[in-house]
Design a protein around this ligand. Structure first.
Ligand SMILES: Cc1ncc(COP(=O)(O)O)c(C=O)c1O
Length: 428
């Protein structure tokens, strides 16, 4: 057990039972068995305070934001903008105006890619213009959300799409980094922690190399945000994005953080209400960031509840959550390989690795594994996890993935192992 900060801020042993009490769904039974939820990398469950925050806004303070002068309009606007302050503080952002609310991280990454392709006609946006001879760099372990938008941008602009390859252990080929990111590179976008492999990438090195060659650096922190303290000033990248529903928050909301000078020079992504300064039939000028990138009515209640999720995480303490998850990870890496025929796809040690473990089981299709585990109340994900090139790289059609969170217990990992043993025996 680790000495950590508990919910009241006092030092205590991490009390996973107390954490679990915050999540009503964890009391459920599935097929007559207690729910063992090991699919948090897909989407995390929600503490009651988050559920209440969303309902409270609708029940007591709801109106559209930034438009209405009436009391409810200003209450909703204040709650919405207070959420921006909460997220800015969570990220240690130098300015609240650097926090853009999107509908998820997929939209945040598409926002960047589409804004960059609008740069060719936008005054002052030379820095974002791409064309033949320029290169966009990702890694071979990206989620499709951080891969397809850049392939599309390359197609629209004639730039070349490149990637840093994976080694046999599930890490980036270190020697390739300085060659793939070079003086032709304009954009480097990479995942902090892989959803398919669990790998934690050498963020500082990748950001430093991008800066060295004058490229824009973008960090997909979808899987990192729920597990690691995310300090954008320390990370040093130009943009960092995450998604609310993996951080114990609601669906329908994501965050793009960007350096203010860059956001201020970027063309808009979507056009619509509230992103303008003035509109004429002959042309439009645009609002300053963040509003330039928040066209239309935002996900008001979800943004407000995301702030509550951030506060919940801060209350438990990300350091405490991280220490708890490292203990879970170390246990899982010890016991999972004792299951006959099980092969981990990704790093097999806890070094630079998150608590998300993909694996195959000899002779059993991952979808059968997931379905048979579900019959035992255990929820895992099976498939390519929206990172198909990872499966191609390791020669598997799919994997089964177990992912842990603040509420996961050592006993649940043991239940997974027992379930996998039973499944393996059924097919032998
Ligand atoms: C690393 C990573 N990036 C991006 C995404 C996409 O998140 P969303 O569907 O919320 O946009 C995910 C979701 O699994 C992810 O794991």
């Amino acid at each position: 057990m680790t000495a950590v900060t508990d919910l009241s801020g006092a030092h205590a042993v991490y009390d996973v039972d107390r954490v679990r009490k915050d999540f009503p769904i964890l009391g459920r039974e599935i097929h007559g068995r207690p729910l063992v939820y090991l699919d948090s990398a897909n989407s995390a469950q929600k503490p009651q305070v988050v559920i209440d925050a969303e309902a409270d806004l609708y029940a007591h303070h709801y109106a559209n934001v930034a438009r209405a002068v009436h009391t409810l309009g200003s209450e909703a606007t204040n709650a919405f903008e207070a959420a921006r302050d909460t997220v800015a503080a969570f990220l240690n952002a130098p300015s609240r105006d650097e926090v853009v609310f999107t509908k998820n991280i997929s939209e945040a990454l598409n926002l960047l890619a589409y804004s960059f392709s609008n740069a060719s006609t936008f005054p002052g946006a030379e820095r974002f213009r791409l064309g033949p001879g320029d290169e966009i760099v990702v890694t071979e372990m990206e989620h499709h959300s951080n891969l397809v938008p850049w392939q599309l941008l390359a197609q629209r602009t004639g730039a070349t799409f490149r990637w840093i390859p994976l080694d046999d252990e599930g890490r980036l080929v270190s020697a390739a980094i300085d060659e793939v990111i070079n003086e032709r590179t304009k954009v480097v976008s990479f995942v902090y922690q892989s959803n398919a492999l669990g790998t934690i990438n050498p963020v500082a090195r990748l950001v430093a190399r991008a800066r060295e060659v004058g490229a824009i650096s973008i960090v997909d922190a979808a899987q990192a945000a729920p597990h690691l303290p995310l300090d954008v000033q320390e990370i040093g990248a130009d943009f960092v994005a995450f998604t609310g529903h993996k951080l114990y928050g609601p669906t329908g909301v994501g965050v793009l953080w960007g350096r203010y000078d860059l956001l201020a020079a970027m063309p808009p992504f979507l056009g619509g209400g509230e992103m303008i300064e003035t509109v004429d039939m002959t042309g439009t000028t645009y609002a300053a960031p963040p509003h330039r990138f928040e066209a239309g009515t935002p996900a008001i209640a979800q943004v407000v509840a995301l702030a509550t999720a951030v506060e919940w995480v801060q209350g438990v303490g990300l350091d405490a959550i991280h220490a708890h998850e490292v203990a879970l990870l170390e246990h899982a890496l010890e016991v999972l390989p004792t299951v006959e025929g099980l092969h981990i796809v990704g790093p097999t040690t806890a070094v630079d690795r998150g608590a998300t473990i993909s694996f195959t089981l000899d002779g059993v299709h991952p979808h059968d594994v997931a379905q048979l585990l579900d019959e035992r109340g255990i929820a895992v994900r099976a498939g390519h996890h929206c990172a198909r090139p990872v499966c191609v790289r390791y020669g598997v059609a799919a994997t089964t993935r177990a992912s842990f969170a603040a509420y996961t217990t050592l006993g649940e990992i043991d239940a997974l192992v027992a379930g996998l043993r039973e499944v393996g025996e059924m097919f032998r």
